[in-house]
Design a protein around this ligand. Sequence first.
Ligand SMILES: Cc1cc2nc3c(=O)[nH]c(=O)nc-3n(C[C@H](O)[C@H](O)[C@H](O)COP(=O)(O)OP(=O)(O)OC[C@H]3O[C@@H](n4cnc5c(N)ncnc54)[C@H](O)[C@@H]3O)c2cc1C
Length: 476
Amino acid sequence: MALLRAPSVRIPPRAAVDRAKIELERRLGPSKVLTDAEACAPYGADDSDVEGRPPDAVVLAASTQDVATVLAVAEACDVPVTPRAGGTGRTGGAVPVAGGIVLATGAIARVKEIDRANLVAVVEPGVVTGDLHRAVEGEGLFYAPDPNSLDSCCLGGNLAENAGGPRAFKYGVTRDWVLGLEACLVGGKVLRTGKRTVKGVTGYDVTALLVGSEGTLAVFTEATLRLVPNPPAVGTLLALFSDVGAAARAVGAIVAAGVVPRCLEMLDAATLAAVRAQGVSIDDRAGAMLLVEVDGEGVEGALERVGEAASGQPGCVDVLVAQDAGQRDRLWAARRMLSKATRKLARHKLSEDVVVPRTRIADLLAKTDAIGEETGVRHLAYGHAGDGNLHVNFLWNDDAERPAVDLAIGLLMRATVDLGGTLSGEHGIGVSKAQYLPLEQSEDLIALQRRIKHAFDPKDLLNPGKIFPTAGHRAC
Ligand SMILES: Cc1cc2nc3c(=O)[nH]c(=O)nc-3n(C[C@H](O)[C@H](O)[C@H](O)COP(=O)(O)OP(=O)(O)OC[C@H]3O[C@@H](n4cnc5c(N)ncnc54)[C@H](O)[C@@H]3O)c2cc1C
């Protein structure tokens, strides 16, 4: 496997690690502390190609108190801690690049409250996102953030990455749904931030700062989330196009028609080929697809306007409306399996999550083709076109191709910024993209963020080596 080298971080001395292990076992009991190398190994990786160091210890936390204890021991012994939830992250956020302690929060997993009158849910970080959806929908309510990994990722990871998903076009990303947090700081202090009301402007918005902080500022132990009533109806439509340029133009036309779909997803020709290879039958004339979903009142009228906007575009091959919930579910099952289906196309695959203004999608795709030609690296693209957030995937078989892949990624990052976009729409910066941060953000802005990190974690013990470039990251 062609792995991405770990950043340059301080590795804790053996004596400090041994002291921490003894202290953790004494304070938490041996059943919550794994130290055997084989038992710890699965906690050393996530869904990225980032290479870390094997964790020296893994704590299976079961409560806020356990989390606070780990963070107190870490500070007392000067040992780094990497928080972890479902381990589905794509940028190495949960990978312990300095070894030390992995703090697994997956077992702190209660939906503590669903309050229908105040439209609020109180949840713990180990709750699987799809389970929360089912729990609130059972009460006639709706929690919108829906990463495609929703049956394996947890709310703790969603909060840390500010996860998005197909429904972000209409409903926003995780941060838009978080009212308040309980979070533990290095040293073991437990903080409550935010509120339980939609309105509230007291002090700095520390909740918003912590959401998306990629496990580098604090460890979440509880979140108060906003809910809305479940939309009364949902309609889904599939539009097929001869090529991805026509599909990109249709995205603009649909938005200009005044419809706000909850999802507006795009698949390019290579992605469609991967889906066909899984046995899904798709019109041979189609070289690109849009999957559009609308919800709320007046779904039929909205679908009609979307259909007209799509079919009015030169290059539109067909427009199909899902006739029932079964058809809708099958379409989404096909969308959610894209990551796995495209992974079968080569030994290695890296999925980027760049964002450009919606009107520049066609430019980004053209630029991606040019990068593919220049570097000789195979690529495909699909994703949340309504948000301008595309998963450009690079594919390769031979480890010797890795330098060309790195070149392609660097060129993609630069092109994204040149088009007025941003490096990450939902996966975070983590380790994988830290070296590219200076392409998008000024030295002063990065320095300000480093000072914020220092205020929370002066000894750089919480998830070191993430977000900010270190000497060990490959140069841009
Ligand atoms: C097939 C597939 C599809 C995906 N689709 C999407 C998508 O549509 N949208 C999207 O946004 N992402 C997507 N992802 C990426 C990933 O699922 C998300 O980033 C998700 O939010 C990670 O959650 P997790 O529980 O797996 O977190 P982990 O991978 O365990 O951790 C992610 C980060 O959160 C930190 N963290 C974990 N728990 C805590 C805690 N309790 N307190 C503080 N920090 C913590 C970790 O240190 C790490 O930095 C996809 C991934 C896969 C494999």
